[in-house]
Design a protein around this ligand. Structure first.
Ligand SMILES: [Zn+2]
Length: 66
């Protein structure tokens, strides 16, 4: 199921945490923050992005130099 968002809407949406733009992940049905140090993924429900940090999941890879 693809994310069906108006491109004009998508273009004005920014991550509420870091104010970066999103890219669309159609497979996961999410909007992914393009900021690599943030990289939160926000769910899209019924074609409506849920831009709540509490609802987002982290996609950032752990790069700790253990
Ligand atoms: Zn972000």
């Amino acid at each position: 199921m693809a994310v069906n968002l108006d491109p004009d809407l998508l273009s004005i949406l920014v991550c509420p945490k870091c104010r970066s733009e999103f890219r669309v992940d159609n497979e996961a049905n999410e909007l992914i923050c393009t900021n690599a140090t943030c990289a939160l993924a926000y769910p899209v429900r019924d074609d409506i992005p849920v831009l709540l940090i509490d609802e987002a999941r982290e996609t950032r890879q752990e790069n700790s130099q253990a």
